[in-house]
Structure formats: structure tokens, C-alpha cells
Design a protein around this ligand. Structure first.
Ligand code: FES
Ligand code: MG
Length: 572
């Protein structure tokens, strides 16, 4: 290796500090380990409390073999991460902590490059944010989706089918013991959720950005080819050091353009919007929420996966995988966007093929003609709000209705099934206090369940408006990520039950039909103010004091941007 390694600042020389740095790291390794060999961290979000990532240690072994083979030294670096299903109040509260954890430990240590191992929803976004800010050569290995589980002859999709089966129990068509038997069938193997939820979305989006070896994302967790490519990625990580290929050298606005096209074509999660904005914010790339509408709104939906469609991630891989999807929208991709290999993303598409057109629709016969996200603005959302028209009911896309306001998710749960609740199919359900500051952590609650009495009347969708997020597995006419949130003083805090709300998706408007002067004279309701989180200390305190709004990625304000990898002072 010709160029001087970053790690040489720790290991090179005969002085006392170099002695200390080497001595504690010797562990039986030879002198040569410290002489010009790239030190490759494996930023590993494995944890037994993040079940979707519990197998990442096995993948790390394959990465290690590849790193050694190429002449580097692999070093496992555990990164604390939140598991989507377990942590309360919401995993999103800790995405930024995971990002900060990875960034700081990469910078503080004698590391020349990094392989990022993630899977469960928040882990790949957090690792990408860290990699962008420390700007060391970096490449992602997604942990892969789990295999399709079956129950009573039917495929089970994570999330989506849990809701369906529990509804069957309520309806009396499935016994509770049988429901419980499906529990171990749902999670058939290692891996992350196999629907097109946030984990699958962010693995594919990482590939669209150029941050994985092309063709890797979406490979099921137990598939031998995942380990093979993990091995190859270990080799690549060593090569990145010589090429000095850091995120800032190839992640550009063009990469984000491709990610937005991909997000629409796969029917990906709305959560990707907030994650991509946060990653771009670390790189200083001028990406705005409006770019998602401008670039993605007219992209066709090609992937027939639950919750929108029929299949699961295993099927997508069998049907040709993500590259086959990208090949269909090749003309919409930016040909100049490079990947971590040094070659453009589009150069990997020639050999991709669709093997099952029921899973991946050809461009000429899309599942939907325009699948992207629409960005609304207006007197109720001056900073923007999102809606996925393809997941909404066409008759509600232009709607005028009476607001029914809830100050918290608990308030909503207490009242929604009250038979005396003054609500009909035209009512607009408004939930506030669920933004980054208000909850805190911007939970996935925006897809509010409909009032029981309306469900009984056959109502299946209503306009819902919220400053929170929704699960990648959710559906309906849901206007979410309303910015600014109520807790940050957004007009959402001023809405009263009975006000008229006007939604016009074609015009990209979300308004409250109350004169501006009257609205400005209102004070937020006392309930609203009392309902907001007021943590006295700890991470939650730091978080609510510094979290930005959804339109800038709900990052912490002082984490936006990059500090690079330099450390100026010695520890001894
Ligand atoms: Fe981890 Fe779904 S719970 S990916
Ligand atoms: Mg989720």
C-alpha cells in the first residue's frame, strides 16, 4: 500500500504511544498486522435484542475472510441499535443515537475503512448517516430478508399478515390457539421483515444509492450467496482504501435521484423519505422533500409485494431481484451516479432479467402507472406533508371534511370506538403530538384504525392527518409527516374539532378553512400542551431539544453535516 494509512497515525513508529496502541492490540497477531495493512472495521448492529439482526455476526465472519484475503485486518465494532418490534416508545427515537455511536467510534479508533452491517428498519439508515459524517471508505452489507413462512398453506408476510390474522380472531374465523400456532411460522428464518416494509426498502435504497455491491440487496438472509457476496465485500473494503473511495467522492444528488426512482418503483416505505433526507443532510446535499414528488411521483410501480401486492422478498429475489426492477426504469435513472465499486449503477443492469412477471411487472404493464409520493403544502402543513396516492382511495384524494381532533394516541384509543362519537365517513381524523419532539421520536401511528361503528357500516378508508410516521406495511388515505409538528408550534396544534379541512392531492394542497387571523389568534389547547413529552434528562432530553423536523430528516441539529475522520489530539 503506497498511500499512508490513517491507522498508521496510531501504529507507526517507535515512540511510547505507538507502542501502547500496538501492544494492547497484539492478541497474538504478528508485527505485519500493523505495517501498512488497512484496518477495516465491521460496524455491526447485531444484537439478541434486535432479532432481525441477530445473524449479522455470521455475515461478519464472511466479511472478515474477504478482508484478510485482500491483505486487510478486520475488526468487529459492535454498534448499539434499536430493534423495531421491541423498544418503546419507538425505535426512531434511537436512530440518531445509533448513527452517533457508529460515527464517533469510527473516528476515535484506528480504522481505515468500514463495512456496515444492518438490517432491521433503523440500522441501515443510521449506519449510512454515520458513514457520511465520518467519511471513511464504507460499503454496506444488508442482512437480508427472512424466508417466507407458511401457515395453513398460505404465505405469511411480516407485519401485514399479523394484522390480518388478529382480525380473523376478532371475527371468529380463527381460534386463538390456532392464531398462536402461526407465531413461529411467521418468523421462519433469520433475517429482517420480508414484506416491502422499511427494512427491505432501505436495503434496496442503499443499493440504489450505490452503497452496496450491486445485486446484493434483497438476497435472503439464509441464502449462501449472501455470504459469498459478504466475502467479496470484505475484499472490496480493502480496495476502497487504495482508491480513496469515500462516501463524499461518489454519493451525489444523482445517487439520491436514483434512490427516489427506485423507492417509487418498488412501492417502498414512506419512512425512506425521512431517512434519505437525514443521510443527504450529513453529506451537505441539497435534497428536499419536494424532490421526492418531482422525481418520483410519476414512476410506475413494478414490484408486486405485500402490503401493496401479493408476494414477499424471497419471491422478488427469485424473480430477478432488484437489478431487474432497475433495468425496467433505466431511462429514469441518472447514468452518471457511481457505486462503491467505482462503476455507474446503470452499468450493472445489462444482464438483469425478469424471471417471473407476476412478481416484477415489466415497464409496459406496471401495477400502477404513478407510484411515488406526493408532497402537500398549505395552511395546515407549511413545511410539507406526505401522502402516497397509490395507497389511498381515489374518491378521497380531493376531500373537504370536518376535523375530529385527538391530542395523543392514547386519547385516540380511549375515544375512537365510543358508539356516541360524532363521526361519519367524511370526517377527517386528526392526530397530533406524534412528531419527532411531541412523542418523542415520531412513531408509526399515522395510519389510524377506523372507528368500529363505521367499519360495521362498511367504511374502509377515511382521510387521516398526523405529524407522525406510518409503518412501511400500512395503507389508506393517510397524510403524514405534517411539518412543522404540533409540538414545534405547527398549525396542526391549532385545529379544533369541527373545523373544515381541505385536501386536494392533485393541487398538492392541505388547508384548514379557517381565516388566517382567526387561526393566529388561537392558542394551542391545554390538553395538547400537557400531552407533549417533557423528559427531564437523558437521551430523550437531548433528543427533543435538538431534533429537527421531518422535512430535514428528523436528525439532531448538531449532527447534520460532516466532521470527517480527523482527530487532532492524543489520548496519552
Ligand atoms: Fe426488524 Fe421488521 S422488525 S425489520
Ligand atoms: Mg416499522
Amino acid at each position: 500500500m503506497d498511500a499512508k494509512l490513517r491507522s498508521a497515525e496510531w501504529y507507526e513508529g517507535t515512540d511510547r504511544n505507538a507502542y501502547i496502541h500496538r501492544a494492547w492490540m497484539r492478541r497474538g497477531v504478528p508485527d505485519s498486522a500493523f505495517q501498512g495493512r488497512p484496518q477495516i472495521a465491521i460496524a455491526n448492529t447485531a444484537s439478541e435484542l434486535v432479532p432481525c439482526n441477530a445473524h449479522l455476526d455470521e455475515i461478519a465472519q464472511s466479511v472478515k475472510h474477504g478482508v484478510y484475503e485482500a491483505g486487510g485486518i478486520p475488526l468487529n465494532l459492535p454498534v448499539t441499535a434499536p430493534g423495531e418490534t421491541l423498544v418503546k416508545p419507538t425505535a426512531m427515537l434511537w436512530r440518531n443515537m445509533t448513527a452517533m455511536n457508529a460515527e464517533e467510534m469510527l473516528r476515535a479508533n484506528p480504522v481505515d475503512g468500514v463495512v456496515l452491517l444492518g438490517g432491521c428498519d433503523k440500522t441501515i439508515p443510521a449506519l449510512l448517516m454515520a458513514a457520511a459524517s465520518v467519511d471513511l471508505p464504507a460499503v454496506v452489507v444488508p442482512g437480508g430478508p427472512m424466508l417466507t413462512g407458511h401457515f395453513r398453506g398460505e404465505a405469511l408476510g411480516c407485519g401485514t399478515d399479523v394484522w390480518r390474522l388478529s382480525e380473523e380472531v376478532r371475527a371468529g374465523t380463527l381460534s386463538e390457539p390456532d392464531f398462536l400456532k402461526s407465531e413461529s411460522a411467521t418468523i421462519r428464518s433469520k433475517g429482517h421483515c420480508n414484506t416491502m416494509g422499511t427494512a427491505s426498502t432501505m436495503a434496496l435504497v442503499a443499493e440504489a444509492l450505490g452503497m452496496t455491491v450491486p445485486g446484493l440487496a434483497g438476497t435472503p438472509a439464509p441464502d449462501a450467496r449472501l455470504l459469498e457476496t459478504a466475502h467479496g465485500t470484505g475484499r472490496l473494503a480493502v480496495e476502497l482504501i487504495a482508491a480513496d473511495r469515500r462516501p463524499s467522492t461518489f454519493l451525489t444528488k444523482a445517487s439520491f435521484h436514483n434512490a427516489i426512482v427506485a423507492l417509487a418503483a418498488i412501492g417502498g416505505s414512506t419512512n425512506a423519505v425521512v431517512h434519505l433526507l437525514a443521510i443527504a443532510g450529513r453529506l451537505g446535499i441539497d435534497l428536499t422533500v419536494d424532490d421526492f414528488d418531482r422525481i418520483g411521483a410519476d414512476v410506475p410501480l413494478l414490484v408486486n409485494l405485500r402490503p401493496a401486492g401479493k408476494y414477499l422478498m424471497d419471491d422478488l429475489h427469485r424473480a430477478g431481484g432488484f437489478l431487474a426492477v432497475l433495468r425496467e426504469v433505466r431511462d429514469l435513472l441518472d447514468p452518471d451516479a457511481l457505486t462503491v465499486t467505482g462503476a455507474p449503477l446503470v452499468s450493472y443492469l445489462d444482464e438483469a432479467r425478469i424471471w417471473d412477471e407476476d412478481v416484477i411487472a415489466p415497464r409496459g404493464e406496471p401495477l400502477q402507472k404513478a407510484a411515488g409520493i406526493a408532497v402537500l403544502r398549505g395552511s395546515l402543513a407549511p413545511g410539507g406533508a406526505l401522502v402516497k396516492p397509490s395507497a389511498a382511495s381515489p374518491h378521497l384524494l380531493q376531500h373537504r371534511g370536518r376535523a375530529l381532533v385527538f391530542d395523543s394516541i392514547e386519547d385516540f384509543r380511549d375515544r375512537i370506538d365510543d358508539p356516541d362519537l360524532d363521526v361519519d365517513a367524511d370526517t377527517v381524523l386528526v392526530l397530533r403530538g406524534c412528531g419527532p419532539k411531541g412523542y418523542p421520536g415520531m412513531p408509526e401511528v399515522s395510519n389510524l384504525p377506523l372507528p368500529k361503528k363505521l367499519l360495521e357500516q362498511g367504511v374502509r378508508d377515511m382521510v387521516r392527518i398526523c405529524d407522525g410516521r406510518m409503518s412501511g406495511t400500512a395503507y389508506g388515505t393517510v397524510v403524514l409527516h405534517v411539518t412543522p409538528e404540533a409540538a414545534a408550534g405547527g398549525p396542526l396544534a391549532l385545529v379544533r374539532t369541527g373545523d373544515t379541512i381541505v385536501l386536494d392531492v392533485a393541487a398538492r394542497r392541505l388547508d384548514i378553512d379557517v381565516p388566517a387571523a382567526e387561526l393566529a389568534a388561537r392558542a394551542p389547547s391545554a390538553t395538547t400542551l400537557d400531552g407533549y413529552a417533557k423528559p427531564a434528562r437523558g437521551w430523550e432530553r437531548l433528543y427533543i431539544d435538538h431534533v429537527t423536523q421531518a422535512d430535514t430528516g428528523a436528525d439532531l441539529d448538531f449532527l447534520q453535516g460532516s466532521s470527517g475522520s480527523e482527530v487532532h489530539r492524543e489520548s496519552h
